[in-house]
Design a binder for this molecule. Structure first.
Ligand code: SAH
Length: 223
């Protein structure tokens, strides 16, 4: 029960619906599949206990270990830019809390997700398991700037941390017609880029300004 006597599940459902309407649809995200996934995944389960009241705020929130759970709008925006079809293979770099991983699995993708901080993986996995989404997700701890070498190529690659440039290993891991969404810029401010692998190589275009935590690895920031 909430303080007002409303069952918590009902209250969270209403908060989620309002989040989708006022933060995501109102800013122009149109993909029915993405809006549906944002309505279905309970964001409060991916937010720290002390941040519960803020679970549906229009903001990134602290996620422990100096990391963040991204703002709902930017997550929805990136998922729309990826334009995944059910059954496609996607590499997510920066599992974090697992929130975006849960959305990718809900969209029907076959998800490979990699996280640099080993201690963040087990809680993320437990959340996915509790939602029955873990079957569609392979998780690893390591440096995602190097891709997932045994994973082959991917129709989609989603990087949830900011890089100084597109890591060459990720560009190489893109399947023909594959789409890579990644924040590129300095450590404070970036632009989200969409890179598509066409017959003549990679075509890159800037989408919107953003601010992510740094991507730390061999082909990004060193620390
Ligand atoms: N989508 C996540 C956002 C997590 S923040 C969520 O909604 O919870 C970015 C994450 O990227 C952090 O957890 C950080 O540890 C991770 N990260 C940074 N550099 C990385 C790298 N080279 N490989 C894998 N993960 C990395």
């Amino acid at each position: 029960m909430g303080g007002d006597g409303t069952p918590a599940g009902e209250r969270d459902g209403a908060r989620r619906e309002e989040m989708v309407r006022t933060q995501i649809e109102a800013r122009g995200v149109r993909s029915a599949a993405v809006l549906d996934a944002m309505r279905r995944v309970p964001r409060e389960r991916f937010v720290l206990a002390e941040e519960q009241a803020r679970a549906y705020e229009d903001a990134a929130l602290p996620a422990g270990d100096g990391q963040t759970i991204s703002q709902p709008y930017i997550v929805a925006y990136m998922l729309e830019a990826l334009a995944l079809e059910p059954g496609q293979r996607v590499l997510e770099v920066g599992t974090g809390t697992g929130y975006q991983t849960a959305l990718l699995a809900t969209l029907g993708a076959e998800v490979y997700t990699i996280e640099r901080i080993p201690g963040m993986l087990a809680p993320a996995e437990a959340r996915l398991r509790a939602l029955g989404l873990h079957d569609r997700v392979r998780m690893a701890s390591g440096d995602g700037t190097l891709g997932w070498p045994e994973g082959g190529t991917f129709e989609g690659i989603l990087v949830a941390a900011a890089a100084p440039r597109i890591p060459p290993a990720l560009a190489s891991a893109l399947a023909p017609e594959g789409r890579l969404v990644i924040p590129v810029g300095d450590r404070e401010r970036q632009h989200l880029l969409l890179a598509t692998r066409g017959v003549h190589g990679l075509v890159t275009r800037p989408l919107i300004p953003c601010a992510f935590v740094p991507l730390v690895g061999e082909q990004a920031w060193k620390s």
